[in-house]
Design a protein around this ligand. Structure first.
Ligand SMILES: Cc1cc2nc3c(=O)[nH]c(=O)nc-3n(C[C@H](O)[C@H](O)[C@H](O)COP(=O)(O)OP(=O)(O)OC[C@H]3O[C@@H](n4cnc5c(N)ncnc54)[C@H](O)[C@@H]3O)c2cc1C
Length: 372
């Protein structure tokens, strides 16, 4: 039986879902708002965990290609005090493949492979309950009807209102990120400071993390507590004004650490929003959610992993038990809610400790989760 299935969103959740269905020769329509794969910078690096993102890639038949592209050395993690003293310097063993890193753009291209994504097809609304299926309304005025519509359209999902009135709320923590290119040749001292993986510094209610991507690209993430309506009045187009605000905020930190901000190019402003822990909804036949659309969490290294695993699991269940589509989706939702609820609690508590009045909390968290 061939159901008419649409997935809205071509992020990690939507692409993994589509790729696993494709592997099982089940047709799926992928609708993505972006006009093309390179319409926006793809973002930073992701570590894919055993049993989560890596399991999803296995279900998609892509593990070998992932291993070719990924960077196990990127698991390295160094923590400095605000004065530059090295507090922890963790290096993976040569055979350690627990959480290898991959650039988001590489992961996207790997998942895209043969998929025929319909780019530039932003969805405005999903209406379940029609006699012939679920209606999808597009920004270009068109409408299409499907047996199942999967909302994988991220934090500000346009599918979610068909299931739940809940919207994301601000965590009280804002992130501003910047990036540097060719660090090994242009900024060798900063390249040494970061090492092969990540370098983090935790201060009072603020943090700075620098992460190496492939090709000498580095992303720098600052996080700090600020009320949403009193963000440093940031005109992000004025790069120098943002830089000055950040340098003032991190005043007194080691000069080399602050050089990451001095040398950073454009700045991206990300107030961190989340959905309530254990967000669920009353099941509606023909519509479901995956990934951030279902359970937006603080960015603590698990959101993309869960999104991918959910996509892979739902697709596999549909492909292997096609007779009872609604029962399959119901069972999937129960499983997703239980697992995502636990991670939402862990990441909410983690954010409190990583951007904390007591910076030793961040170090303690690292010691709890990092293998010795
Ligand atoms: C700075 C940062 C670092 C992170 N690091 C990690 C990490 O190391 N590991 C990890 O596991 N997670 C990480 N995360 C979290 C991770 O990025 C997300 O959880 C993950 O991207 C969620 O995937 P998704 O497919 O559900 O949503 P998204 O990645 O948001 O993808 C949604 C897609 O839907 C499209 N879309 C949106 N609206 C519409 C519409 N109306 N119609 C059609 N298409 C639409 C969007 O263009 C997008 O392509 C990080 C997040 C941030 C912000």
């Amino acid at each position: 039986m061939r159901h008419r299935i649409a997935v809205i969103g071509g992020g990690p959740a939507g692409l993994t879902f589509a790729r696993v269905l494709h592997r099982h020769d089940h047709p799926v329509a992928v609708f993505e708002r972006d006009p093309g794969p390179d319409a926006r910078p793809p973002g930073g690096t992701l570590d894919l965990h055993e049993g989560l993102g890596r399991l999803a890639l296995e279900k998609a038949g892509l593990l070998a290609e992932f291993q070719e592209l990924s960077r196990p050395e990127g698991q390295a993690m160094r923590i400095l005090d605000t004065d530059g003293t090295v507090l922890r310097d963790w290096l993976p063993r040569p055979d350690d493949r627990a959480n290898p890193e991959i650039d988001r753009g590489q992961l996207r291209d790997l998942l895209l492979g043969p998929l025929d994504v319909r780019w530039g097809r932003g969805v405005t609304q999903v209406v379940p309950g029609a006699r012939d299926g679920v209606q999808v309304h597009f920004a270009d005025g068109r409408q299409e009807t499907f047996d199942l519509v999967v909302g994988a359209d991220g934090a500000w999902s346009r599918v979610r209102p068909a299931l739940s009135p809940v919207t994301p709320h601000y965590t009280g923590v804002t992130s501003i990120e910047t990036s540097l290119d060719d660090v090994d040749t242009r900024h060798p001292d900063l390249a040494r400071l970061i090492g092969d993986g990540s370098m983090a510094v935790y201060g009072v209610n603020r943090s700075l993390v620098a992460q190496r991507n492939s090709g000498g690209h580095v992303k720098v993430y600052t996080k700090f507590r600020a009320p949403l309506d009193r963000h440093p009045n940031l005109d992000l187009a004025d790069v120098e004004a943002v830089r000055s605000s950040l340098l003032a905020l991190f005043d007194g930190w080691a000069a080399l650490v602050l050089d990451l901000l001095r040398q950073g190019t454009a700045f991206v402003h990300r107030p961190l929003y989340v959905l309530p822990v254990s967000h669920t909804w009353t099941h509606v036949p023909g519509v479901t959610l995956l990934g951030d659309a279902a359970h937006l969490m603080p960015p603590l290294g698990v959101g993309a992993n869960l999104a991918m695993l959910e996509g892979a699991e739902l697709a596999e269940s549909i492909a292997t038990a096609p007779g009872d589509l609604d029962g399959t989706v119901r069972a999937f939702e129960e499983q997703m809610w239980a697992r995502a609820g636990k991670w939402a609690e862990i990441t909410a508590a983690g954010l409190e400790r990583l951007v904390s009045p007591d910076p030793t909390e961040a170090l303690a968290l690292f010691d709890e989760v990092q293998p010795s």
